[in-house]
Design a protein around this ligand. Structure first.
Ligand code: DOR
Ligand code: ZN
Length: 349
């Protein structure tokens, strides 16, 4: 196959940051995706509709005017999110979901939820309003092995949540294990779906240690064993509608990754669609590629499917070693210096 033409995709999980960093990355996403669910883990986080709307305005101002891109905003759930803010969010055309970060689970999650019971009023309102909950599915605490965090989260938090809120619609974000795949498949498709990143489809935990410690492959949830990667690949390619694209592209300056305490996050936005194509090619099956990238997410979020198309061509190109990241910073993209075999031709009206 030499070309792939598909409905323009959406990125259902994206970190755009703010200020100069955002200006440096937002157009990478806008060149490929029509819309993206924008994560609220700024510092301080986006906890109100007013903040989300102001952030959305800053994103739109940073866009290349030649590109059209719609940021779909989210709120950051805290122990104190009042139900009135949820009602406001549901009424806002800009806000599409609320994000649950267990406190301490990942980057800028210190204002996240310390105990899920503290959020019951907000969850009740979300259930009533039909506003989806996006979960960072990792149990926290030193007693939990980092490679088991997702599995333990399912048992301790997600399963009870689905029982206690039978109408709540949930996206299990950036899943990394066969346990998560099995759990999603065991539930009602209208209530639970999952996003999968390109990096979790393409690398396993060996990549963290290949040739020495590689901080550019460190993200949260951390990449897992090969058998889990295979389960994700099978889910993405064979279970249309239940799993869809969410890059979790999460840029950090190079010096913050290459330090004694490298931060979590992989920057995949420069080439996300090409990377997903590479993964589907590995599985040898493009049958559900368009569903995974371009239609399943829209269906879950109850949004129209995009009308533009994009075309990928079979062409080798080399990912730059570094990209500018604003204010003298630089960014090391996923697959830096490597040859990619699919190239995006650009969005067509
Ligand atoms: O690797 C990650 N980076 N995982 C997250 O959940 C957050 C993200 C970030 O914001 O850097
Ligand atoms: Zn994320």
């Amino acid at each position: 196959m030499q070309t792939l033409t598909l409905i323009q995709p959406d990125d259902w999980h994206l970190h755009l940051r703010d200020g100069a960093a955002m200006k440096a990355v937002v157009n990478d996403s806008a060149r490929q995706f029509a819309r993206a669910i924008v994560m609220p883990n700024l510092n301080p986080p986006v906890t109100t509709v007013a903040e989300a709307e102001a952030y959305r305005t800053r994103i739109l101002a940073a866009l290349d005017p030649a590109l059209s891109f719609e940021p779909l905003m989210t709120l950051y759930l805290t122990d104190n999110t009042p139900s009135v803010e949820i009602v406001r969010a549901a009424a806002s055309p800009s806000v599409h979901a609320v994000k649950l970060y267990p406190a301490g689970a990942t980057t800028h999650s210190d204002r996240g939820v310390t105990d899920i019971r503290k959020t019951h009023e907000a969850l009740e309102a979300m259930q009533q309003q039909g506003l989806p909950l996006l979960v960072h599915g990792e149990a926290t605490g030193d007693a939990v092995d980092i490679f088991d965090r997702e599995k333990v989260f399912i048992e301790r938090t997600l399963e009870p949540l689905m029982r206690d809120f039978p109408e709540l619609r949930i996206v299990f974000e950036h899943i990394t294990t066969s346990d998560a795949v099995d759990f999603v498949l065991s539930q009602d498709p209208g209530r639970l779906v999952a996003t999968i990143t390109p990096h979790h489809l393409l690398i396993n935990r060996n990549a963290l240690f290949k040739g020495g410690l590689n901080p550019h492959h460190y993200c949260l949830p951390v990449v897992k064993r090969e058998e889990h990667r295979q389960a994700l690949l099978a889910a993405a390619t064979n279970k249309p509608g239940r799993f869809f694209a969410g890059t979790d592209s999460a840029p950090h300056p190079r010096h913050a990754k290459e330090s004694t305490c490298g931060c979590a996050g992989i920057y995949s936005a420069r080439s996300a669609v090409e990377l997903y194509a590479t993964a589907f090619e590995q599985a040898g099956d493009f049958t559900h590629f368009e569903t995974f990238l371009s239609t399943a997410g829209a269906a879950f979020y109850r949004l129209p499917v995009n009308t533009a198309t994009i075309t990928l061509v079979r062409e080798d190109w080399v990912m730059p070693e570094r990209l500018p990241f604003g204010e003298g910073e630089e960014l090391v993209p996923f697959r830096a210096g490597e040859t990619l075999r699919w190239k995006l031709q650009g969005a067509n009206a």
